[in-house]
Design a protein around this ligand. Structure first.
Ligand code: GDP
Length: 324
């Protein structure tokens, strides 16, 4: 899985077709499904009654919004339509869109980038979520933005992770601090921080391990790494990005919560949205993890990382014309 790199990946981001173009394939099935279910219920002459709301909840569940978020959204729609006269699908869609926008607005906003000579970013998450690939994609963005970048291969536990990051580093012509496989991740971090300071690097990206011997140890290790970073560079890590695999769906959220608590995640990168027809997971991330989604991964190439736009997303989820 992990070693399967796209050999043709360009070192610098190619021109993009925009947010919708990249995610539309994944979201197309989601919004079609939601609107079809609702459309059928409305067409059946049921109007805006309880059975339509049940269809709504079912449609949200099948889009992987998660049980709690689906029922919260259905309740919010119910509260606004209860006792109302018969309404049509566009009206329901508008109310749902507004409720989704409210839900997104309730989560913390993406933190502004702190101005600091050395910006340290940790990438955390379970094995296979796409951390190493995302580290490379972010590095390419940082480089394209004119920043000097250093990579740290602190995932010393997953077989092949160091070589994988080395391959990306070579392709992007970026320096990498690495130790041997199985080495202490904190030692790699310490060396990377020292190297970054000594070389006057602007952006240090740290690929962390997704698994150690036990989950408890992993969280302790991440906490220790945070302390080391903060001791060596005031305020570091300045960003801790939780990498989540969209295809894992709602089941991945419980584990994700541990990373939020123990690793202090400040935002989410949702990967493999190209391979998932269940884009509803984004809503569960906002409502249940209370974290903003900052980027989405839409492929294995280095330029397949797209800044996330929640407003556009909400419209695409409900089949806005602009997404077609
Ligand atoms: P890690 O264990 O978290 O470091 O995960 P990797 O970075 O090795 O990614 C696991 C697999 O997912 C690799 O085969 C990647 O190429 C692939 N991958 C990562 N991000 C994406 C994405 O956004 N879309 C797709 N389709 N594949 C991805």
């Amino acid at each position: 899985m992990a070693e399967d790199l796209d050999k043709d990946a360009a070192p610098a981001p190619r021109p993009r077709g925009g947010f919708f173009a990249k995610i539309k394939r994944g979201l197309f099935m989601t919004h079609t499904e939601i609107l079809e279910k609702l459309g059928t219920a409305v067409k059946q002459g049921l109007g805006f009654d309880e059975s339509v709301l049940e269809s709504l909840e079912e449609a949200l569940l099948s889009a992987d919004v998660g049980a709690d978020t689906a029922s919260a959204l259905a309740d919010a729609v119910r509260a606004r339509t209860g006792g109302a006269e018969r309404k049509d699908l566009p009206a329901l869609r508008t109310i749902l869109l507004e409720e989704i926008e409210k839900l997104i607005a309730a989560a913390p906003k993406p933190p502004a980038r702190i101005e600091t000579p050395l910006f340290v970013t940790f990438l955390v998450g379970v094995n296979g979520s796409g951390k190493t690939t995302t580290t490379a994609k972010l590095a390419a963005r940082e480089k394209a933005a004119g920043r000097s970048v250093l990579l740290a291969a602190a995932d010393t536990f997953r077989a092949g992770a160091i070589e994988q990051l080395q391959t990306w580093a070579d392709r992007l012509s970026l320096p990498l601090v690495r130790h041997r496989e199985g080495a202490d991740p904190s030692a790699v971090l310490f060396d990377a921080l020292s190297a970054a300071k000594a070389r006057g690097v602007a952006s240090l990206l740290v690929d962390t391990a997704g698994r150690l011997h036990t989950k408890k140890n992993l969280m302790e290790e991440l906490a220790k790494m945070r302390r080391i970073a903060g001791r060596e560079v005031p305020g570091a890590p300045h960003a801790t990005l939780l990498v989540l695999d969209a295809t894992t769906g709602i089941n991945g959220l419980e584990q994700a919560r541990r990373f939020v608590e123990a690793a202090g995640a400040t935002g989410v990168v949702l990967t493999k949205l190209d391979g998932s027809a269940r884009g509803g997971i984004v809503l569960a991330i906002y409502r249940e993890l209370k974290l903003p989604v900052l980027f989405v991964g839409v492929g294995e190439s280095v330029d397949d990382l797209v800044p996330f736009d929640p407003a556009e997303y909400a419209r695409a989820l409900l089949g806005d014309d602009a997404s077609n």
